[in-house]
Design a protein around this ligand. Structure first.
Ligand SMILES: [Zn+2]
Length: 252
């Protein structure tokens, strides 16, 4: 058991939230009970996750996608009202970490995904807009089809592969979890054989060919399922809490 305040302060420091300009507040977004024994982690603070957390007797929920995004209507109405009402009624705190959780070198989504996929991490971009977000590394040389097979097995989801022009075998790969297909040009500038992110849209098909880099859309939810699990497990050990990850299905 630990004080909510202690857990929040610890996470805020560990993830260096003050170093990020983000699209949402990082840290404690909704305040619940002062003491925490059980924490539930999940990718997105949707109604289903909250209801399952209530059933599990959670004191706090840890997510990657919380609330109060820049550009969204600030009014607490509709689904947002229902979610926040359920948290407040059950006295459950919501801790949300977005970019700081993508970037963390031990518990971040990107390093945790690399562990899940067996990529050996060489580094990440250290400057500019993609600082800490665009990672790169190596894998055993394989064809794009072989990589599709291994991604399908390791993420339990069939990725969409967009082939490069020369269809080179893959030895080096860049990745950024979530909705980061826009970094494909930077990945190509790094001279990588392939780039992987979560989502895909129309223009990326042409870009992959013209930049001569394979692109894999492996799922926004699927690629961002591992950071909260790693952080939740770490918090459980550090503060002697109960922790459970709940995977709410999302095909995107
Ligand atoms: Zn995301």
């Amino acid at each position: 058991m630990a004080q909510l305040r202690q857990i929040v302060n610890y996470c805020n420091q560990l993830l260096r939230i003050q170093d990020f300009r983000d699209y949402c507040p990082n840290g404690l977004q909704v305040e619940g009970k002062k003491e925490v024994k059980k924490i539930i982690s999940g990718v997105t603070a949707c109604q289903d996750l909250i209801e399952q957390a209530v059933d599990h007797g959670a004191d706090a929920i840890l997510v990657h996608h919380g609330y109060f995004w820049k550009g969204e209507d600030a009014s607490i109405v509709g689904p947002k009202k229902n979610r926040i009402a359920a948290l407040l009624k059950n006295n459950i705190s919501l801790l949300a970490y977005h970019l700081p959780l993508d970037a963390h070198p031990d518990y971040g989504n990107n390093v945790a995904l690399a562990r899940q996929l067996g990529f050996s991490v060489k580094g990440c971009v250290e400057e500019g807009a993609t600082r800490g977000l665009l990672w790169y590394g190596e894998l055993e040389e394989q064809s794009a089809d072989q990589l599709v097979e291994s991604l399908t097995e390791k993420l339990q989801r069939i990725p969409l592969h967009l082939a490069s022009a020369s269809q080179q075998p893959i030895r080096s790969i860049g990745w950024c979890t979530g909705g980061a297909q826009g970094y494909i040009e930077q990945a190509a500038e790094l001279g990588l054989d392939a780039y992987l992110s979560g989502e895909v849209s129309e223009q990326t098909f042409h870009l992959a060919r013209e930049l001569d880099i394979h692109y894999f859309a492996a799922g926004h939810h699927a690629t961002e399922s591992y950071g909260v699990q790693a952080l939740g497990a770490h918090l459980a050990g550090y503060f002697e809490l109960e922790h459970q990850f709940i995977d709410v299905f999302n095909p995107i």
